[in-house]
Design a protein around this ligand. Structure first.
Ligand code: K7E
Ligand code: CUA
Length: 664
């Protein structure tokens, strides 16, 4: 049995294991170069072997455990910011422990944080309404950290909502969503929320074409009226908000634009978007026409969109735009001839669009092609400057010759999708159909040097700082769509599976599985933990959504109830373990605002506040201020209480909210 040969075959490992059991002082002698050395080590090894036997663990298992086990009180090395998929929220995970640290409420109400239950966060969610619809979920795909000079700076996180075409801004100083911006032009997005190297812009590109501004047009006018679009959302770092007034867009052909990435270093100023369905198939299955699935898989080549966004920005500033739904849009009849938008062929139904850390190449995967294709960013720029095109598409957009723009291709396997990078020229591509991570080199373009099986059907892949100008080369996470035989059964909807892979050594080593039970994450990013410096408590009276002390904050000793006709304003404080005031009586139909301030200043001393039956729940972290406005439309006697077990007398932290019925 492999496990029993531990000491003999893996001296270094037995040394590590023994050290764990006999304490640090024996670390060096424990395994050393003489297996079975000191008695303490031998005894420990024997018990470790028994443990391994009892739990059916191999040496590789034990090594993986030692690489990921994070004892109590020890911190992780990295944060993962993962898309929460259909949950609409962000999952924050520690690496290498793969412990879940936080769920950040973004597009979907999240009750622990009181996100969307009556407080000021409601206004942020309201900002994301589309048309007449109050949208309270999202299909989140791509979280992206803010960058400075192409490196993560740990300040902000941007995420997109594919289903409702929205982008949100999360401030990492308090891990709170500050803004949701609805895309006024498209109905769905996908290539987002990618940032330019200094986070001047957050890029959001559409997925399924539709008339810009979401007008109605019959599908028979698909080619004339339906369009793709790329929005360049201007980010104001000082304010920590996107400035829609300074943002602009580019009209794109009605191909289905997919993933996008911004150029960096030498290719700064450029953006790349892949696309599929250049056939412009629209389905019609009921009439016996082929579904989009097959209609869109006819052409051997689709188009990579090559965007000179600095040029586009200059054209916009020169007034060469058309305003649609309140947004300045650079139309194709300008962007094409001016060299701001160019196309180049890309093999069969691509997915994934990743710029290498040196900014020299764009790597595109192919769902129906076995290669990754690398495009030379400098060559493409030169060809565009020299106007060396092989033709134009139906919309007048110039096309570069594939053979001129291409740097090379690498045979990867069945269904290569996304690619991330290490610090030594290594590239790691997720291969969906084959269920492997393929490691290859983007400097020598040879076939993969290694393939690691993952369980199963890997979609995105992420690496430690893996899409910056300086990846760390430490960990990769396979984000698997399926997990058939990995976890205890939980009914027909299975968890997704994150698999942590060690890439620091010669060979890739699978270290751990983590079930994701709350939805399907698409993309994630991993950042060094020491780059994230969140506050511990709020400055007293801070409204996190204003980012300043709230003018309506309540202060100890100055709490009050102010009536003005049918308007009632309550200035209330919370401190262990009472609210002041703790009795509020209003008349049915009154409009009530509770200005509620936590008077706590100690770390991790959080209160909550709910009024029973009123769908109100806010979280009051130390120093935080919330404004809760609602109509007292239901008469009765309602307890209000603190929803966080904050002290020994937490249960006593309560009061009454009384609504006197009309006419009484
Ligand atoms: Cu799921 Cu990036 Cu939306 Cu690929 S995408 S897997
Ligand atoms: Cu405050 Cu419980």
């Amino acid at each position: 049995m492999r496990a029993l040969s531990l000491v003999g075959t893996s001296i270094a490992l037995s040394g590590l294991v023994a050290a764990l059991f006999v304490g640090c002082e024996n670390k060096h002698e424990a395994g050393g170069d003489k297996p079975g050395g000191p008695s303490g080590a031998l005894g420990a090894s024997a018990s470790v072997q028994e443990l391994m036997k009892a739990r059916g663990l191999t040496e590789a298992d034990v090594e993986a455990a030692l690489k990921t086990y994070t004892p109590t009180g020890k911190m992780d090395e990295y944060y993962i910011f993962a898309s929460g998929g259909q949950s609409g929220n962000v999952d924050v995970i520690g690496v290498p422990s793969m412990r879940m640290l936080k769920v950040i409420g973004v597009f979907t109400p999240e009750s622990w944080q009181g996100w969307g239950f009556g407080g000021d966060s409601d206004k942020v969610l309201e900002g994301g309404n589309q048309g007449t619809h109050k949208i309270r979920w999202a299909d989140m795909h791509h979280p992206n950290l803010s960058e400075t000079k192409g490196d993560y700076d740990g300040q902000y996180l941007f995420v997109n909502d594919k289903a409702n075409a929205r982008v949100a801004v999360v401030d990492l100083s308090d891990f709170t969503t500050k803004q949701i911006v609805p895309n006024p032009l498209a109905a769905s997005d996908h290539g987002g929320a990618f940032v330019t190297p200094d986070t001047d812009y957050v890029i959001e590109t559409s997925q399924y074409p539709a008339p810009l501004g979401r007008d109605y047009a019959p599908l028979s006018q698909y080619k004339e009226k339906y369009r793709g679009v790329a929005i360049f959302w201007r980010f104001d770092r000082q304010k920590g908000r996107i400035d829609p007034a300074k943002s602009w867009a580019m009209e794109l052909p009605p191909y289905t634009q997919d993933l996008a990435d911004a150029g960096k270093l030498g290719s700064d100023g450029w953006a790349y978007i892949n696309s599929f369905n250049t056939e412009m198939a629209i389905g019609g299955t009921l009439e016996g026409k082929p579904p989009v699935e097959s209609g869109s898989s006819q052409n051997d080549m689709d188009y990579l969109h090559v965007i000179n966004w600095k040029k586009a920005e200059a054209l916009i500033n020169a007034g060469k735009s058309k305003t649609i739904a309140g947004m300045r849009v650079l139309m194709m009849d300008v962007s094409g001839p001016e060299g701001a938008l160019t196309l180049v062929g890309e093999p069969k139904s691509p997915h994934g669009c990743d710029v290498t850390p040196d900014g020299k190449f764009v790597v595109v995967g192919g769902k129906l092609d076995t290669h990754t294709t690398l495009y030379d960013t400098a060559k493409m720029k030169q060809l565009i400057d020299e106007k060396k095109f092989e033709g134009k598409d139906d919309f007048g957009v110039p096309i570069l010759a594939f053979k001129d723009a291409k740097h090379g291709q690498v045979e990867i396997g069945l269904g290569p999708l996304h690619t991330v990078f290490d610090d030594k020229g290594g590239a790691y591509t997720s291969v969906f159909i084959e269920s492997v991570v393929a490691k290859w080199s983007y400097t020598d373009l040879k076939k993969p040097v290694e393939k690691l099986k993952v369980q199963y059907n890997i979609g995105h892949i992420l690496a430690a700082e893996g899409d910056t100008v300086s990846p760390d080369g430490k960990y990769v996470v396979a984000m698997n769509k399926m997990s058939m035989d990995r976890f205890l059964p939980v009914g027909p909807l299975y968890p997704q599976n994150f698999q942590l892979v060690d890439i620091a050594g010669e060979k890739m080593r699978l270290l751990a599985d983590m079930p994701l039970p709350n939805a399907e994450p698409h993309y994630s990013q991993m950042i060094k933990a020491d780059k994230i410096k969140p506050i511990k408590v709020y400055k007293p009276g801070t409204n996190p959504f204003l980012g300043t002390v709230d003018p309506a904050r309540a202060e100890g000793g100055k709490e009050k109830i102010v009536r003005n006709g049918n308007k009632v304003e309550v200035y209330m404080t919370a401190i262990r373990s009472h609210f002041t005031p703790d009795q509020i009586e209003v008349n049915e139909g009154d409009e009530v605002t509770i200005h509620l301030t936590s008077m706590e200043s100690a770390e991790d001393q959080t209160h909550g506040f709910t009024i029973d039956m009123y769908n109100i729940n806010v979280s009051l972290e130390p120093g935080k201020h919330e404004n809760i406005t609602f109509k007292a439309d239901m008469p009765g006697s309602f307890p209000m209480y603190c929803t966080e077990f904050c002290s020994a007398l937490h249960l006593e932290m309560m009061g009454y909210f009384l609504v006197k019925p009309k006419g009484k």
